[in-house]
Design a protein around this ligand. Structure first.
Ligand code: NAP
Length: 342
């Protein structure tokens, strides 16, 4: 499909793309570039690509698909370097969790003849680094693409085919709409999780041990989300501030209503709300974005295999895939083990 795929950044998402692209034979050459020699060595040791370099310019040279897989606040510096060396006709994309901000950071450095098609795979785990990736991460997950209106439709089609081959369902969306939708489906849930786990972190020691002991009663499910990468999530809240504040305003209004229902003992009100929220969970299961399996389909250790043109892969020990960055789901590969549900 592509002659040369350049991945700038080789953490969870970059390494999962590398693994899946290799398995599916989507690029003749995979060039990997990352910031540190340590991560580059790790990627080399895992055999994730064909070319390994600390110089992003070398990675993008002659690449017909370039994907930035780095924290969104670091796009500016990288784009300034690689912009002039992007090959004519290339597709330039990314995987960042916010879209309006990255378009502002990327667009000024995109040369004529290069198609900028920002992307966001709604899939992830709370783990980071090249070893945490796995090729099935994107299977049956959404990947949102937010191309500008004047971008070459053939390029959008080609990138759509790439993500479809990785197993994703692709949706084309306006960047502002993406940021608003993700604010409520992903960013606010993370903020709530960070807050509730932060509250526990501030509790006195003996109460804390009880919280850990009895955590399966609900708290545990927040801790997985709150274990997500601190740098990535700092960037999300700094770069999607307006949409997050808008949704947080609504959330707080609803929380105040809930607080009142509890205070005045409004049983019917509580029951009516909890009935509506239960329906949302059922519709998520119906949409194939979660499992109705016992224990939320938590893994119990068996191995499975995935067939691809480049061979058969044993699926054990990798973290479970999730809905968006970390609001997680389960699907067939959940048997991997490792992840926890939210
Ligand atoms: P990760 O596992 O932490 O890997 C980050 C990669 O970016 C590493 O190669 C790292 O290089 C590089 N990097 C870090 N800081 C950098 C900087 N200042 N300048 C240049 N390179 C830098 O991260 P990830 O989870 O794959 O996330 C990457 C992107 O995917 C983010 O934009 C995130 O919003 C998006 N995303 C994440 C998820 C998720 O659940 N994790 C889901 C969807 C989208 P070194 O290790 O060499 O320093």
């Amino acid at each position: 499909m592509f002659e040369k795929l350049a991945l700038i950044g080789i953490g969870l998402i970059g390494s999962s793309i590398a693994r899946a692209a290799r398995l599916k034979g989507l690029a003749r050459t995979i060039a990997i570039s990352t910031r540190s020699a340590e991560t580059l060595d790790e990627a080399r040791g895992l055999g994730l690509g064909d070319v390994y370099t600390l110089d992003p310019i070398e990675a993008v040279a002659g690449a017909d698909l370039v994907i930035l897989c780095i924290p969104v606040q670091s796009y500016g510096g990288v784009m300034e370097k690689i912009g002039p060396y992007l090959a004519p006709g290339a597709i330039l994309s990314d995987v960042g969790s916010v879209k309006q901000h990255v378009i502002k950071a990327m667009a000024p450095f995109v040369p004529k003849g290069v198609s900028l098609i920002p992307g966001h795979p709604i899939a992830g785990t709370e783990h980071s680094g090249p070893a945490s990736g796995f090729p099935e991460l994107f299977i049956n997950r959404w990947c949102v693409l937010t191309p500008a209106r004047d971008v070459d439709p053939a390029a959008v089609e080609k990138l759509t085919a790439f993500w479809s081959a990785l197993g994703s369902n692709v949706e084309i969306m306006d960047a502002a709409h993406h940021d608003m939708v993700l604010a409520i489906t992903s960013h606010i849930p993370h903020l709530v999780a960070y807050n509730i786990v932060g509250t526990v972190a501030d509790l006195e020691q003996d109460t804390q041990s009880e919280v850990i002991k009895f955590s399966a009663s609900g708290f545990r499910d927040f801790t997985r989300i709150a274990a997500s990468d601190p740098v990535m999530w700092r960037d999300v809240f700094l770069t999607n501030r307006d949409a997050v504040l808008e949704m947080l305003g609504r959330f707080l209004e609803d929380l105040a209503k809930l607080q009142r229902m509890v205070r005045v003992g409004d049983g019917p009100g509580l029951e009516e709300l909890f009935t509506r929220t239960r329906k949302i969970r059922r519709s998520i299961i119906t949409a194939g974005q979660e499992t109705a399996a016992a224990d939320f389909g938590r893994p119990h250790g068996e191995a499975k295999t995935l067939e691809g043109p480049s061979g058969t892969l044993e699926l054990t020990g990798a973290p479970a895939p999730q809905l968006d960055v970390n609001v997680e789901v389960s699907q067939p590969v959940r048997e991997h083990g490792g992840g926890d549900d939210a």
